[in-house]
Ligand binder design. Structure first.
Ligand code: CTP
Length: 412
């Protein structure tokens, strides 16, 4: 999403300014054209050469240098950029921005541009919490600036409090989100489920599956980057929550069904990429089951677990259509996944029909490049009109983009 995007990274003089180096490097690696503008105070902490080496482009700081072009440099930069991200934004620069002061290259560009402004305040907690800084931030927010909230943690002074610059993934996520606001999913509400469900046996054990949640998290991230409001309903996974996404954590299939039911009423799209457990223990034990206290147990003993069917979340939506006589709910685009180990195409086609889906993504999870936990996937896409697409192996993030392309065409 960042390929060839023109982004200005404004760097102010705060101790967190060294973290902007990582950000510029990350943006450059993602294909963005990054113009760094440093304040004089930023140069007390870092040399411009460091940023120039990372961005592969000149670094700007002097407002008074003749540009030799028709437009003065700050005007040219302001007009060309698609986003101004100030990382870190100090209390001093926030105050200047709030009052429209343009006394250096960065504040002059920020005043001249009509591109979105993204601010990542980072400073000592006393400065951040000061009513003057808070009032300036409110004013800037009201005028449309996006603010990345600083985190609570250990500050450079040694004090614990609010004021830390968030991690790189958060900064990158926020930049993607702001740049994607006008994307082809702008104004759409999408619900994505991810990960596997865990069905309790007793307070310490559960019946689960191998789903890592990577495909669902990739789908949620790509939808965010294309402008959607994303609700991610996730089973327990070991993945970082993407920035700017509404997360609803669940454990069991019934919790997932309830969460889906409560958010789909005003959604445009439901993508069920979660691996929902089809069965759950009938009655989970309220205390830990001891191996010598169960019937039929003992050294050679067996232990039986009685399972009952879980609700089929997509299946229930199809049943509701059938009961109400609706051919297929056109308002809510429904997308399902089918993880198969054999007869992939036949099973997928049967699921597509039974669950009345608009799109189904099937993959053979017995393949090494397509299974649970991998970063790549090999998928077949089944369309409601019977068309099937056989996609090559690709990273899950690229497959997510391909899936949203198909969904966008259904939304038109
Ligand atoms: N699904 C669901 N509720 C369930 C089980 C599955 O909504 N209780 C959804 C999955 O999220 C997926 C699709 O249905 O989008 C197909 O899931 P899959 O497990 O492949 O199919 P099942 O219908 O469970 O059939 P089987 O396990 O027999 O293959």
């Amino acid at each position: 999403m960042l390929l060839n995007k023109r982004i200005i990274v404004g760097v102010c003089g705060g101790i967190a300014s060294y973290k902007a180096i990582e950000l510029v490097s990350g943006l450059q690696q993602a294909g963005a054209l990054v113009d760094v503008i440093m304040t004089d105070h930023a140069q007390e902490f870092i040399r411009p050469l460091t940023f120039a080496t990372m961005s592969h482009r000149p670094v700007y700081h002097n407002l008074w240098e003749p540009s030799g072009q028709a437009a003065e440099l700050h005007i040219a930069l302001a007009e060309q950029t698609e986003l101004v991200a100030i990382v870190p934004a100090t209390a001093n620069t926030l105050a200047k921005l709030a009052y429209g002061i343009a006394d250096n290259m960065l504040t002059a560009v920020a005043l001249a541009t009509r591109a979105p402004l993204l601010l990542a305040p980072a400073m000592y907690k006393g400065m951040y919490e000061h009513p003057a800084t808070q009032a300036n931030l409110s004013l800037l927010r009201e005028r449309g600036a996006s603010i990345i909230e600083p985190q609570v943690g250990r500050l450079a002074s040694g004090a614990i409090g609010v004021g830390r610059l968030p991690e790189l993934s958060v900064l990158m996520g926020a930049i993607n989100l702001v740049l994607g606001r006008e994307g082809d999913l702008a104004g759409r509400r999408v619900v994505v489920t991810a990960g596997g469900t865990q069905e309790p046996i007793d307070p310490v054990r559960y019946v689960g599956n191998r789903s890592s949640g990577k495909m669902g998290y990739a789908l949620a991230t790509v939808a965010r980057d294309r402008g959607a409001h994303v609700t991610l309903i996730s089973g327990p996974v070991a993945l970082e929550v993407p920035y700017g996404i509404e997360l609803c954590k669940v454990e069991t299939a019934i919790q997932m069904r309830d969460a889906v039911d409560s958010v789909i009423t005003d959604a445009d799209v439901l993508v069920m990429s979660a691996a929902v457990a089809d069965f759950r223990p009938i009655t989970p034990a309220s205390q830990k089951i001891k191996k010598n206290e169960t019937r039929g147990s003992g050294e050679q003993g067996n232990f039986s677990l009685y399972l009952t069917r879980n609700p089929d979340i997509l299946g229930q939506l199809a049943d509701a259509d059938r009961e109400s006589g609706v051919k297929r709910s056109r308002r809510l685009i429904r997308v399902g996944f089918a993880a198969e180990t054999h007869d992939v195409i036949a099973h997928a086609q049967a699921k597509m029909a039974a669950k009345r889906l608009d799109l189904l993504i099937a993959n053979d999870v017995s393949q090494p490049d397509s299974g649970f936990g991998t970063d790549t996937n090999k998928a077949y896409l089944f369309h409601a009109n019977g068309r099937m697409e056989d996609l090559p192996v690709m990273p899950k993030i690229d497959l997510a983009a391909a899936i949203w392309d198909r969904i966008v065409s259904l939304l038109l």
